[in-house]
Design a protein around this ligand. Structure first.
Ligand SMILES: Cc1cc2nc3c(=O)[nH]c(=O)nc-3n(C[C@H](O)[C@H](O)[C@H](O)COP(=O)(O)O)c2cc1C
Length: 356
């Protein structure tokens, strides 16, 4: 792969973050970003939810909110790509500026507020992919409109619109930028929401049923996490994504940009999100596959999430600072770390920290 990032990266980072992001998506869509041509190593393969993941490194939600460049993103070497968050109706999100880089901390703060094209448009894009039998695992992350009066109905609409078009669906109740959204993580509202979305999925009687996952915040108390684990197991969802961005500002005392409202991602999120991941692995007894996300910037970080309980990992912010080469580096690096620890496959390493 020719790596254009040493040239393109500084150029993109000299632009406003949102302008740089839109430009990156257009380059990807236009096929101007080289594909990774590297053999998938069988030791990294996993079968989860009836899906064959060729490698465990995924793209987190928010990068391709409208499923515009899914194919090109998979071509960069990701094992799976998550589109969204998508809300029933299109919405513009919060006023700009709404995304801020913290380069010294390798972090970002965003308060986009679910700017997206809405379910109809995104469904059309994903349907085109399906019709053309494009390879690769694609998830769809769904949310509620800011002005919605019935959050549950919004998620059910998301399931109806996208269940037949995605390999997995994510119920996002953890973005900090939609007022009231995170309250859906509380025991009763969560139980009601999960029952409704699972019922909607069952009603569709699909030939290929998408897995249904819940994405949670890293800011939950131990009691909250216990409730999430119990409700998730009782309801019978298929997995958890841990975590979204944080409203806390760990280690950012004295950093001016840290005062911006929004969710913090990147390196400072690694520790709290990995701790939450380990807690949920323990609380669910390893019975639910977990996707670990938050602050992954190296193979060591990805491997730490795997040992803490993640079957799969995702990233976003580190790609802004390191470019797509990081995907290949993580795939190679995780293989070396598995070998060093004497694991024959990735599956053997999942949750290893809890077995010592
Ligand atoms: C600019 C930006 C936009 C995001 N938008 C979404 C979103 O729409 N839905 C969602 O579930 N997560 C969203 N996220 C959160 C990421 O999916 C991920 O959970 C978080 O950034 C932690 O991973 P990272 O530290 O590797 O970035 C967004 C993150 C960023 C940086």
């Amino acid at each position: 792969m020719i790596d254009l990032f040493p040239v393109l990266g500084p150029l993109l980072r000299s632009l406003d973050p949102e302008v740089a992001h839109t430009l990156t998506l257009r380059l990807l869509e236009a096929g101007l970003v080289p594909r990774l041509c590297e053999r998938e190593d069988p030791r990294l393969r996993q079968r989860l939810w009836g899906l064959d993941f060729l490698n465990p490194v995924g793209l987190a939600a928010g990068f391709d909110k409208n499923a515009e460049a899914v194919g090109a993103l998979l071509g960069l070497g990701f094992g799976f790509v998550e589109a969204g968050t998508v809300t029933p109706r299109p919405q513009p999100g919060n006023p700009r500026p709404r995304c801020f880089r913290l380069p010294e901390q390798q972090a970002m703060i965003n308060r986009f507020g679910f700017n997206n094209d809405g379910l109809d448009v995104v469904a059309r894009r994903l349907a085109t992919r399906r019709r053309r039998h494009r390879p690769g695992i694609v998830g769809a992350n769904i949310g509620r409109n800011k002005d919605s009066t019935d959050a549950v109905a919004d998620y059910v609409a998301g399931v109806y619109a996208l269940a037949a078009l995605a390999d997995y669906l994510v119920i996002n109740v953890s973005s900090p930028n939609t007022p009231g959204l995170r309250a859906l993580q509380d025991r009763e509202p969560l139980a009601e929401l999960l029952a409704a979305v699972l019922a909607a999925r069952a009603e569709l009687c699909l030939k290929r049923t998408p897995a249904l996952l819940l994405k949670i915040a890293p800011d939950l108390t131990t009691d909250d996490l216990t409730a999430v684990a119990e409700v998730s197991l009782e309801a019978g969802i298929d997995g958890l994504i841990i975590s979204n961005t944080t409203i806390s500002r760990p280690g950012l005392d004295g950093v001016a940009t840290a005062g911006e409202t929004g969710g913090l991602s990147g390196r400072p999120l690694f520790e709290p999100s990995t701790r939450t991941l380990a807690d949920l692995y323990r609380l669910t007894g390893g019975r639910l596959p977990l996707i670990g996300v938050g602050g992954i910037a190296s193979a060591e970080d990805a491997y730490a999430k795997i040992r803490a309980g993640a079957s799969l990992v995702q990233m976003y912010t580190a790609l802004i600072y390191q470019g797509p080469r990081l995907i290949r580096d993580i795939r190679r690096g995780v293989l070396e770390l598995l070998e060093k620890d004497g694991f024959a496959t990735l599956t053997e390493a999942v949750g290893a920290d809890h077995r010592q």
